[in-house]
Design a protein around this ligand. Structure first.
Ligand SMILES: [Fe+2]
Length: 329
């Protein structure tokens, strides 16, 4: 897959020492995406929230971070929005070493209360949004292979820490993420009032579809108009992709339109190629207002039957919302 992560990335993490395991996980493959025994063990034990075993990062993992970071710096200067650039400075990331989440959080938490929380893999949608509501960001701790920097089979720590987390230093953006989390609770609460199981699942599927699309076209792939009129990126999928950041902001082949809620929630997208269509916001106040509106539309039933198409809502995502709705029921 090309350098475009899934919208609702991130998930479960920190296994305590595993019962019965006397051998420490091998450091040979370090914490490389798809090749990390530590992550496989955590998943096999059903541990979503984990710790970051920093000592397992190999020199090759640090090299991947160093190369990813150094080639992005000039692109960020040119195409990232000001809030992101301020966030990169505020986090004091080491350009040469994979970041330790505890150090990231030391700078991040005093600014907005957000914290990066290590996970072992995909976090089902409701849990993901609920983490945001609690100002926790599920964070992948593995990193792509140093010899394939542009290949990203799943989100990695570069996408999550260098793409997402700098935005979490901004108060308005942070509040917007919390609002997304509140929307997820509203959805589960509303679904709890639907007695018929099939109808409840159908309703939630449509709402998750709408939320996932809106999240994708904003938090993951959003563009914002800068004060000088230029188009800058704030979406993490763009800010963590060397090639797509420039393509998204500068290519004449990309369609860029002022965001409209009704369009974003009904617009399909595919994750395995550069995005041909992107939406532009005016400010984070603007974005916050749109998430408010998303919730109003949900309450009014306007998300109950959004256009079918990509991305399909997976079973784990639907299950996570259904489980929560049962708690309300
Ligand atoms: Fe992401």
């Amino acid at each position: 897959m090309a350098d475009s992560p899934t919208p609702l990335s991130s998930p479960l993490a920190s296994p305590a020492p595993l019962p019965g395991s006397t051998q420490p996980p091998s450091t040979e493959t370090g914490l490389t995406t798809s090749q990390a025994p530590f992550i496989e063990q955590a998943r096999s034990h059903g541990q979503l929230y984990i710790h970051q075993p920093y000592e397992l990062y190999s020199e090759s993992n640090h090299e991947a971070w160093r190369r990813l970071f150094s080639r992005m710096v000039p692109r960020w200067q040119r195409y990232a929005n000001d809030h992101f650039l301020a966030g990169i400075d505020a986090l004091c990331l080491d350009p040469d070493r994979v970041p330790a989440l505890k150090n990231v959080n030391r700078f991040l938490a005093p600014l907005t209360g957000f914290q990066a929380k290590a996970v072992s893999g995909y976090v089902p949608a409701f849990l993901f949004f609920d983490c945001l509501r609690n100002r926790e960001f599920p964070t992948t701790i593995t990193i792509r292979s140093a010899d394939r920097l542009d290949y990203l089979p799943e989100p990695d720590i570069f996408h999550d820490i260098a793409g997402h987390v700098p935005m979490h230093t901004d108060k308005h953006f942070a509040e917007t993420l919390v609002r997304f989390g509140e929307c997820a609770h509203t959805a589960a609460e509303m679904a709890a009032g639907i007695r018929d199981e099939h109808a409840r699942a159908q309703r939630l599927t449509s709402i998750i579809h709408a939320m996932a699309r809106f999240f994708w076209f904003t938090v993951e792939f959003g563009l914002m108009r800068a004060r000088d009129g230029s188009i800058r990126a704030y979406g993490s999928g763009l800010l963590s992709s060397y090639a797509e950041l420039e393509y998204a902001c500068a290519s004449p082949d990309v369609q860029r339109f002022p965001i409209q809620l009704e369009w974003a929630i009904n617009q399909s997208f595919e994750i395995n190629h550069f995005q041909p269509l992107l939406f532009v916001i005016e400010s984070f106040d603007h974005l916050y207002g749109l998430v408010d509106e998303l919730e109003s539309w949900m309450r009014e039933g306007r998300l109950n039957n959004v256009a079918p198409g990509e991305p399909a809502v997976n079973e784990a995502d639907l299950e996570s919302f259904l489980e929560q709705s049962l708690r309300h029921g």
